[in-house]
Design a protein around this ligand. Structure first.
Ligand code: ADP
Ligand code: C5P
Ligand code: MG
Length: 210
């Protein structure tokens, strides 16, 4: 197998990264792509109490187990499968189970701080920034976190004002300059997603012809 290519998808919380990644994944042949969420690599904090875990800052580069993420990306690049962690957002811990991910031609890495770390950045062949206004992002996050991540409105607002927003300005927004492509609005931007899918299909085709 020829070395896989890595596509990075970043953007602020609620920008639509995960939705864009899913849309690209669904448009490609099943065995051609592996999706790696940076979220899955939040550090395991099970040694702390639930109360302590709710107070942690999850919007800082040090909140992620980037060493493990790098190890896994390098394994996939070298044709080896990995055991991807599963993160439980409701309880703020890594689950005991993992998901086996086989190496594929395309590896799609998506997450808020993937362009912040030079080691990760240097592994990527295509870098995408999903750019959505902060007011829209926070509305999406309130709806999603109440529905899917077991949060109260009050906790989402407090977290947003004290950590999420300042971290966005400090660590995420400045990484837009590294992007090759900027996708406005995210999830349902069909034209942008189709353009990326066409490019990825041509890369897969090229790899199969070599
Ligand atoms: P991220 O991974 O960047 O935090 P998600 O992909 O989880 O963002 O999107 C956040 C929420 O917004 C989800 O509930 C998703 O269904 C919704 N969403 C994503 N893109 C759009 C869009 N273009 N229009 C409306 N809602 C969207
Ligand atoms: O999908 P999204 O980009 O929104 O995921 C990243 C967000 O998840 C971060 O902004 C962080 O605040 C949030 N998070 C959380 N609780 C955790 C881990 C991450 O609210 N335990
Ligand atoms: Mg996401």
């Amino acid at each position: 197998m020829k070395k896989p290519i890595i596509i990075g998808i970043t953007g602020g919380t609620g920008s639509g990264k995960s939705t864009v990644a899913k849309a690209i994944y669904k448009s490609l042949p099943e065995n051609s792509i592996a999706v790696i969420e940076q979220d899955a690599y939040y550090k395991d904090q099970r040694h702390l109490s639930f109360e302590e875990r709710t107070k942690m800052n999850y919007d800082h580069p040090l909140a992620f187990d980037t060493e493990l993420l790098l190890e896994h990306l390098n394994a996939l690049l070298n044709g080896q499968p990995i055991e991807k962690p599963i993160y439980d957002f409701t309880n703020h811990i890594r689950k005991d189970e993992t998901i086996k991910v086989e190496p594929r031609d395309i590896i799609m890495l998506e997450g808020i701080m993937i362009l912040e770390d030079k080691r990760l950045r240097d592994l990527m062949d295509i870098k995408i920034f999903v750019d959505t206004d902060a007011d829209v992002r926070v509305i999406r996050r309130i709806i999603r976190d109440m529905k899917e991540r077991g949060r109260t409105l009050e906790s989402i607002i407090n977290q947003y004002l004290f950590t999420v927003k300042p971290a966005h300005q400090q660590f995420i927004e400045p990484t837009k300059k590294y992007a090759d492509i900027i996708i406005p609005e995210g999830g349902y931007n069909k034209v942008a997603i189709d353009i990326v899918v066409t490019k990825v299909k041509s890369i897969i085709q090229e790899k199969q012809n070599i």
